[in-house]
Design a protein around this ligand. Structure first.
Ligand code: ZN
Length: 206
C-alpha cells in the first residue's frame, strides 16, 4: 500500500492514458455488474440507462477535477484600487464526494485573501473550489488543496479557507447522525494573527 503524506490526491501516473470516452465505456460495464449482482433487473426501463448515466456523471462531472486539463485558467488583475484589506468570498457551494464511501459531501466554503499587489476575478475563486471538489476527497485535503492553489496563484501566504460540510457517509449510514457537520480550516500568513483571524471569522459568521 502506498501512502501520501502530502496534500496531493493519490493518483497513478497513467491516470490519463485512457480517454474520457474509454473510461465511460469501462465504468459503465462495472456499474452494470454491481447492479446485476444486487439482483436489479437491468431490462427495466427505469434502470436500463443507469450504468451509462452513472459512468458519464463520474467522468464528466463528479470526478472531472482529477484531470489537470480541467483546472480553471486564472487571470489576475492589478490591484489598482489599492484595496489593502481582506477580501472575503463566503458561502461558496461545496459538492464533493467522500473517497472512503463514494457518497456526497456538501456544504459551504469561505475563502479570504489579502492582496499582494494583484487581485483575482471573484468567480475564479468559486471555480477553483469547484475544481478541487470534483474528485474523490477527504475534507481536510480539499481545504488544503484550495488554500495551496490560491497561495500559489496570488503569490501570498495571506489566504484563509474554511469549509463547513455535511458528510452523507455520517448522515445516511454508520452512526446516522443527520445534524452534525465538519469544519476544517487552513489559515496562512496574516490570518494566523488573532485580530485578522477573528475579523475573518466574524465576516463568515463563526
Ligand atoms: Zn465517508
Amino acid at each position: 500500500m502506498t501512502r501520501s503524506d502530502d496534500i496531493n490526491t493519490p493518483i497513478r501516473p497513467d491516470a490519463f492514458e485512457l480517454s474520457d470516452q474509454e473510461k465511460i465505456e469501462k465504468i459503465e460495464t462495472h456499474v452494470r455488474s454491481i447492479l446485476d449482482i444486487l439482483g436489479m433487473d437491468l431490462k427495466d426501463d427505469s434502470l436500463a440507462r443507469t450504468p451509462h448515466r452513472v459512468a458519464k456523471m463520474y467522468v464528466q462531472e463528479l470526478f472531472s477535477g482529477l484531470n489537470p486539463d480541467n483546472k480553471p485558467r486564472v487571470t489576475l488583475f492589478e490591484n489598482k484600487y489599492q484595496y489593502s484589506q481582506m477580501l472575503v468570498e463566503k458561502e461558496i457551494a461545496v459538492f464533493s464526494t467522500c473517497e472512503h464511501h463514494l457518497v456526497p459531501i456538501y456544504g459551504k466554503a469561505h475563502v479570504a485573501y489579502i492582496s499582494n499587489g494583484e487581485v483575482i476575478g471573484l468567480s475564479k475563486i468559486n471555480r477553483i473550489v469547484r475544481y478541487f471538489c470534483r474528485r474523490p476527497q477527504v475534507q481536510e485535503r480539499l481545504t488544503r488543496q484550495i488554500a495551496a492553489e490560491l497561495r500559489k496563484t496570488l503569490k501570498t501566504e495571506d489566504v484563509a479557507v474554511v469549509i463547513d460540510a455535511a458528510h452523507m457517509c455520517v448522515a445516511a449510514r454508520g452512526v446516522e447522525d443527520v445534524n452534525s457537520s465538519t469544519v476544517t480550516a487552513d489559515l496562512g500568513g496574516q490570518f494566523q494573527n488573532e485580530a485578522t483571524r477573528l475579523e475573518f471569522l466574524r465576516y463568515i459568521g463563526y
